[in-house]
Design a protein around this ligand. Sequence first.
Ligand code: FES
Length: 157
Amino acid sequence: ALHSPSKGTVEPEPDGLVLVGKEDDIKKSQRITAKVNGREVVVFYHEGRFYALDSRCYHEGGPLHLGEIEDIDGQPCIICPWHKYTITLETGEGLYQGINPLEPSPTPRWQSKGEKQRIHKVTVKNKNVYVSPPDLSVSFDSDYFAEKYKNGGDLAM
Ligand code: FES
């Protein structure tokens, strides 16, 4: 039988990987939240792939773990439930629909605002899912809310 790990007997993972759950469980639930070095992270399982992002939206801290996933131009995106910002799961880019007024009949097209939401590297090993600790030498807009909701913070809403 498996015993839950207790302090002192567990080997630290190489590279400080943080165990966030079992592969089968996350495949079933499709999403979980976890703490990685104190910050709230959401892990999605979507169409055969795992993705991890800061769970608090870079706009005003909305709960991305409660958002819907939509495919936009072939990219899976999370739609923030607060003000519907659209964020790519793979790169954390904020997308918006822009119009080029110089076109004869302007049609809105999806464009990128750049990488706004911090994404995290996911590793699956021995049926367990791990998230790498963030590289804080690079900053992202979502860091502000990650910091604000760190340690404590209510994941509901
Ligand atoms: Fe996410 Fe405003 S807080 S869109």
